[in-house]
Design a protein around this ligand. Structure first.
Ligand code: CUA
Length: 345
């Protein structure tokens, strides 16, 4: 037994040692990303800041406890390791020590519990009356947004006014999802048959990426999301624009042929285009061209990506519910449809 640990370490093949070093470095360096738009440690609104202000002190306390405990363990392992010495005298129980190590952790937990409980209660408060009310519906694999006051329906990109609380009502149409925009708030599960609520708020205009954080099927990883905060004036303009029906394309243009294709291929059986169709299975497309992304915010909204998508939605995003009735779309149909979709500003 004597010295067995050091012998086995020195016998570790160089390749294995390098491999271990590489694996450990990869894990550690993984935490050093320079561009991390989904970090929770750079809050961009009062709700996320409140959560961050709780995480930091708790993390510091946990860090101190970790270093202390692990340090003592390592010290004891090295200092008192078996060198063939006789077994030390066995003792049992020290009332003073027992009281100390029961009391100290209890006091630490109590100190952490006070701000934790306060934050939990603060965050679950009903937002003020002038908060913007939006219902969020989770679907495999995209998000629908219903603006309660204006009746506007949009998808994937949650447009909000900066500096104003937004009261989200979270619902699911199929399975459990979880709504999360790390820079603006914590995550909340979105559960079928149940209504959950959360408040989010952005300090200033900007874009904040998010991600579904509950495994919900094949394309869970492709169920992204984005909040876009605008100044109050820009937000009012956006709402006004979204309230309008889709503009009718000019006669004898590719867009007009695209609208005819939209109708003949049955796109309106699933999608709403204001003034053209009224179905609620797929995302509302009335103002698709005003969004910067589509299909769960995984694609930039441009003609190239729309072509890829319309050619074979299943290959572009496995497990999604987009069904093209009959045969796949022909290249000229896709071209016309995109010409039409691009007019839906
Ligand atoms: Cu929706 Cu994961």
């Amino acid at each position: 037994m004597k010295g067995s640990t050091s012998t086995s370490t020195s016998k570790m093949p160089v390749r294995l040692r390098l491999g271990t070093l590489a694996a450990v470095s990869a894990v550690l360096l993984g935490a050093c990303a320079k561009v991390a738009p989904q970090t929770t440690f750079e809050p961009q609104g009062p709700i996320a800041r409140q959560i961050n202000d709780l995480i930091n002190p708790v993390f510091i306390v946990a860090g101190i406890v970790f270093v202390l405990v692990q340090g003592l363990v390592v010290f004891a392992v090295i200092r008192y390791r078996d060198r063939g010495q006789p077994e030390p005298e066995q003792i049992h129980g020290s009332t003073r020590l027992e009281i100390a190590w029961t009391l100290v952790p209890a006091l630490i937990l109590l100190a952490i519990a006070v701000p934790t409980i306060k934050t939990i209660f603060d965050l679950s408060q009903t937002p003020s009356e002038d908060a913007l009310a939006v219902t969020v519906v989770g679907r495999q694999y995209w998000w629908e947004y219903q603006y309660e006051e204006s009746g506007v329906v949009s998808a994937n990109e949650l447009v909000i006014p900066a500096g104003r609380a937004v009261a989200l009502t979270l619902k699911s149409d199929d399975v459990i999802h979880s709504y999360w925009i790390p820079a603006l708030a914590g995550k909340t599960d979105v559960i079928p048959g149940r209504v959950n609520r959360m408040t989010i708020e952005a300090d200033a205009p900007g874009e904040f990426p998010g991600q579904c954080t509950e495994f919900c099927g094949t394309s869970h990883a492709n169920m992204r999301n984005r909040a876009i905060s605008l100044s109050a004036g820009d937000f009012d303009d956006w709402i006004a624009g979204q309230k309008r029906d889709a503009p009718a394309p000019l006669a004898d243009t590719p867009a007009a042929e695209g609208l005819a294709t939209f109708s003949s291929r049955g796109c309106g059986g699933c999608h709403t285009v204001g003034g053209v169709s009224d179905a609620k299975i797929g995302p509302n497309l009335t103002h698709l061209a005003s969004r910067s992304t589509f299909a769960g915010a995984i694609f930039e909204n441009n003609a190239e990506n729309l072509t890829t998508w319309l050619k074979d939605p299943e290959a572009a995003k496995p497990g999604n519910k987009m069904i093209i009735p009959g045969a796949p779309l022909k290249p000229d149909e896709i071209e016309k449809l995109i010409a039409y979709l691009e007019t839906l500003k």
